[in-house]
Design a protein around this ligand. Structure first.
Ligand code: PLP
Length: 403
């Protein structure tokens, strides 16, 4: 193939994605591992424990049922959607109709990435949090939308200043994203936030999207759904919320999630999905339904205790070497300010992450990759056993970051 041909293989929309900012840290991590170093990777937000066995048993049984070997409906099997609706009722007190308000997704990433194709036209604006899960941006970009950064910063508890969105942007916006419990900042909100969020979206005719991927990993109080807001109504509010089984039930590899929302938004998403995929394997949906019906199973509750124990090692450990950090109330991320550097100010996160890897063999996610407001913060995932977390804290403590 000629050089000219290879240069144009990738579409403009793919080339327009922002560069991957962690390339250098990734390279250094691989080099460390290759040199035989005992690297502790606190970067990966993927549950380390296995899926509870009652869910695996349900899959094994359903995999033998020939009915599950055929194409499922791409909006999800009736059984899965009924369980999702039951979950919404039992967990949040929200009445959802499995036929009109629910769509199964092949992981919530599938729904989040495809939603803009369903509801956004080229030139429309999508309001997406920054720092934030990158798929809000890439999904919007693939649909030809213009992304407006909703800047999240420490002084507002990592929530957006909706009142600061310029009127000229709000009038062109079609979709807005919120994600609480938040990745990467671990921030949580109460129902009152969702009331303001929906009021803003309603006022400007914007579809309100909520990403609740971490709703079942919590320490004190279960996080709310957007649909619990007093001004939210599944039949009249243009909104959609994504729920994922990935983190709740240690099922990231299974790819099972659902969206619950306004019937027209749900049917638009289902129409796009109907043209891109043919639904998730019926046996996985069956096992997913069993999981949702047992979201309060002792094995699920026990995972929360595991994350709590890990949190309670990491947060005091970080404070010991000068990181300002709040105890996360939900999710499995700890989001902390970098320790003071030579000038006594919090270090730049790229420099801090580089030294943590170089001198302590510990991988962290630098906030700088998430945008300017996060440049002196870093993220740790609690997806490593307690003794390894303690070891990582011990190693970090011995480094003189002021040097
Ligand atoms: C905030 C957030 N939303 C959604 C997802 C996607 O999860 P899944 O596609 O496994 O449901 C992730 C995964 O890390 C996430 O961090």
């Amino acid at each position: 193939m000629t050089a000219r041909a290879t240069a144009t293989i990738r579409s403009q929309r793919l080339n327009a994605l922002p560069p991957y900012l962690f390339v250098e840290i990734d390279r250094a991590k691989r080099a460390k591992i290759a040199s035989g170093a005992d690297v502790i990777d606190l970067g990966v937000g993927d549950p380390d424990r296995p899926t509870p066995s009652f869910i695996i048993d349900a899959l094994a049984e359903a995999a033998r049922d020939p009915a599950n070997h055929r194409y499922p409906p791409s909006i999800g099997t009736p059984g899965f959607r009924e369980s999702a609706a039951r979950f919404m009722k039992r967990r949040f007190g929200v009445d959802a109709d499995p036929d009109r308000h629910i769509c199964q997704c092949i992981g919530s990433k599938d729904g989040i990435a495809h939603l803009p194709l369903a509801v956004v036209d080229p030139g429309d604006v999508v309001l997406a949090p920054r720092p934030g899960y990158p798929v809000y941006q890439s999904g919007a970009a693939f649909a030809g939308a213009e992304v407006f950064d909703l800047r999240l910063a420490a002084d507002t508890g990592w929530t957006p200043r909706l009142q600061d969105v310029p009127a000229t942007i709000a009038s062109r916006a079609k979709l807005i994203w919120a994600n609480y419990p938040n990745n990467p900042t671990a921030a949580c909100v109460d129902v009152a936030f969702f009331e303001r969020y929906i009021a803003f979206a309603d006022r400007h005719g914007i579809i309100a999207a909520s990403d609740l991927a971490y709703s079942e990993v919590w320490f004190d109080q279960p996080p709310p759904s957007m649909w619990q807001a007093d001004n939210a109504d599944l039949d009249t509010t243009l909104g959609i919320e994504f729920h994922s089984l990935s983190k709740a039930f240690n099922m990231t590899g299974w790819r099972c999630a659902f969206a619950v929302g306004h019937p027209e938004v749900i049917s638009a998403l289902a129409a796009i999905k109907g043209n891109c995929d043919s639904g998730q394997f019926g046996a996985i949906q069956h096992a997913g339904a069993v999981a949702l019906d047992h979201y309060d199973h002792p094995d699920v509750v026990a995972m929360r205790d595991v994350y709590r124990q890990r949190r309670d090692v990491v947060v005091p450990g970080l404070r010991e070497f000068g990181c300002a950090v709040e105890n996360p109330r939900a999710g499995f991320f700890v989001w902390a300010r970098c320790p003071p550097g030579p000038d006594g100010e919090p270090m730049d996160s790229m420099a801090f992450a580089a030294r943590a890897l170089e001198e302590a063999d510990v991988v962290l996610v630098p906030g700088a990759g998430f945008g300017p407001d996060a440049a002196t913060f870093f993220r740790i995932a609690l997806t490593v056993e307690v003794d390894r977390l303690a070891e990582a804290m011990q190693r970090l403590k011995t480094i003189d970051f002021r040097r």
